[in-house]
Write a protein that binds this ligand. Structure first.
Ligand code: ADP
Ligand code: MG
Length: 268
């Protein structure tokens, strides 16, 4: 990929984050440095507890670094904003609102007029394959469907950056594969239909990372920093069994394995 002219969208400059947990200091991130390009599907993969969510929440503006800076579009992130849409592992839908009520929520808050909000919400509901379920309540939906609602809701107010924290982590293996495929299609469609978005997707699954990413940032064990970067320049949708896919997967696994070993050895 020749990338000299593509602007840097996201930058982590020497970020450290220390939490105080039960009077004990926990260093979650230690001198994390990275750059993400505009329009890329970025995946962060790393052992459990290495600070992936912490970094994502900093990008979202929910957490502040102890030292260092998070830069978005050349400016320091200091608070949440509508330029960033978020999808969490847990569905985080409003149980008292219907599917369309959930998707429309941010638009209503932003003061978008009702007709336009309805049309936009419907567009994204269709895009994620939930046509016909507009009036359903979350408790009647499967896990995969709930995550589609969360994705539609995040996309509906046209964020520039989409942040996803292990969004398929609670799904069974088969649904997870379906969602990976659908997110790939969504990503290809969004790339054509709309201005390019930048995606930051956190997972601890290497299989998922290599299937989805343009670029994978492999993190070290806690305290997290970037251990290595692997570019995945394979055409989409990808084939989990192709030799090219398997080669990339083993490259990422190799980087990660050592870190996971360390992570296991200090957990009780
Ligand atoms: P990951 O998402 O990679 O699994 P996290 O970013 O959630 O990891 O957490 C990194 C480390 O920081 C963990 O040791 C976790 O326990 C700790 N941590 C995260 N958030 C807090 C918090 N609010 N208070 C105390 N410790 C925290
Ligand atoms: Mg996490």
């Amino acid at each position: 990929m020749s990338d000299h002219n593509i602007p840097i969208k996201i930058e982590a400059i020497d970020i450290s984050k220390e939490f105080i947990d039960d009077k004990k200091k926990v260093l979650a991130l230690d001198h994390l440095n990275l750059q993400m390009k505009a329009g890329d599907f970025n995946v962060i993969v790393g052992p459990s507890g290495c600070g992936k969510s912490t970094f994502l929440y900093m990008l979202a503006g929910f957490e502040k670094p102890t030292t260092g800076q998070v830069i978005l579009n050349g400016e320091e992130v200091t608070k949440p904003g509508p330029d960033r849409g978020i999808v969490f592992q847990e569905y985080a839908l409003f149980p008292w609102r219907t599917v369309i009520g959930n998707v429309i929520f941010g638009l209503e808050r932003a003061g978008v007029n009702n007709k336009e909000a309805q049309e936009t919400a419907q567009y994204y509901i269709d895009l994620v394959g939930l046509t016909g379920f507009e009036k359903a309540y979350p408790h009647t939906l499967s896990g995969g469907m709930k995550q589609r609602v969360a994705i539609a809701r995040a996309l509906a107010y046209h964020p520039d950056v989409l942040l996803m924290d292990e969004p398929f982590g609670s799904l069974d293996a088969q649904t997870r594969k379906i969602m990976q495929r659908e997110l790939t299609h969504l990503w290809m469609e969004i790339g054509i239909a709309e201005e390019q978005k930048t995606l930051v997707f956190v997972t601890h699954s290497v299989i998922e990372a290599v299937y989805l990413a343009d670029r994978i940032f492999v993190m070290t064990d806690r305290p997290g920093k970037v251990k290595g970067i692997v570019d995945i320049d394979l055409p989409r949708p990808r084939d989990y069994d192709s030799p090219e896919y398997l080669e990339k997967r083993s490259q990422v696994l190799q980087l990660l394995e050592e870190e996971v070993q360390k992570s296991i050895s200090h957990k009780d």
